[in-house]
Design a protein around this ligand. Sequence first.
Ligand code: SAH
Ligand code: SF4
Length: 400
Amino acid sequence: MNLPDYRYKQLLDAVFRQHTIRFEDMKPLPKELRGKLIEQFGETVIGIKAIHHEKSTQTDKVLFELPDGNRVETVGLFYKEGWNSFCISSQSGCAFGCKFCATGTLGLHRNMTSDEICDQVLYFMQQGFTINSISFMGMGEPFANPNLFEALRDLTDTELFGLSQRRITISTIGIVPSIKRLTKEFPQINLAYSLHAPTNQLRETLMPITKTYSLDLVLDTLDNHIRQTNRKVFLAYIMLKGINDSEKHAEQLIELLFRHKKYLALYHLDLIPYNQTTVAQKLTPPSNKCIQAFCKVLHGAGISVNIRTQFGSDINAACGQLAGTYNNKSEKGETKMLQEQEKSLQWLLCPVCKNKTRVKIRDDTVLEKFPLFCPKCKNETLINVKQFNITVIKEPNAKT
Ligand code: SAH
Ligand code: SF4
């Protein structure tokens, strides 16, 4: 819609300063224009619909429905000190299938558009909340969604959301090309790398992406990020009982981090007790005593380390517990539904070498301009996917 500059400014003022989301309520705009906006965009500026709320002390988990019926979850965390933080999603589902994560069992439904990503923030703004910080720790892998960068542009635009880069954190399993792009385009945005294991061998069993981007390759890329930005990088380590929580693992972790000693002072390690989900019932968190002992070994080696407990786990709103389902489904029903969804998943085959990639799709998966990296032939192809049909937009050859 072509609006004169001053009208566009009035519209932005209504949305971002007055927090008015219904076009009908934007009184500074003439009635006729309000009518046209409603005709084109619907009743409100927010294109996603909140269909379910779950509140507990200090948290509010909202289930949103996207215009095509796909679902994502967003969590508001309200700290006693008066700080509001929002954990937002970037994809409906996720393709990477990390063994401990509820979202991973869904497979990837689709990337969210940049507007849908930002609408999650807008929703809380219009409810009167101050947005102090946001983290991409909801559903999905932000760096596998090319729309992320447009969303970051809007979130940091002073005429729109006006968030400073330092108030935004991106959590990633380590998608190297996107980390490099962030370093260039948004150097002040905080990065958190989901490490979760001290060796490639162990990490591969938990996070298949490790075969594509090894621990040292990602840490080298992060070293470079630190060199260029002088910003602290956060490392997340989920503690899983009997899997990655022994003294030997702590020693291996020290070895790994000491290979990146030059920048060690700017790495901070967060130890996170595993949040139990209904999808990986065999996994459990270690005892507090064990986590503390692990922390002590790392601390003793001079590593900046903390134990991070999260609130929200009582309503499945903590990291890794987001699966886009209603809470009124019984756990059994939820598990069955997820198992059925898993059955309908298919591997995406590399258009170049025809081998399986690490991405699974469903019949309702829609991907646009998706950068598909093949771990076998190491080519990156740009593809569209709809109803299992793959269209290649750009053939390689961006070797990473
Ligand atoms: N895809 C991104 C961001 C979303 S997940 C990533 O994986 O980094 C946000 C964080 O929650 C990540 O650190 C992820 O590893 C962690 N997480 C996933 N499942 C979890 C679980 N069950 N318990 C604790 N943390 C979990
Ligand atoms: Fe996806 Fe992150 Fe969950 Fe892995 S941990 S499946 S990358 S959301």
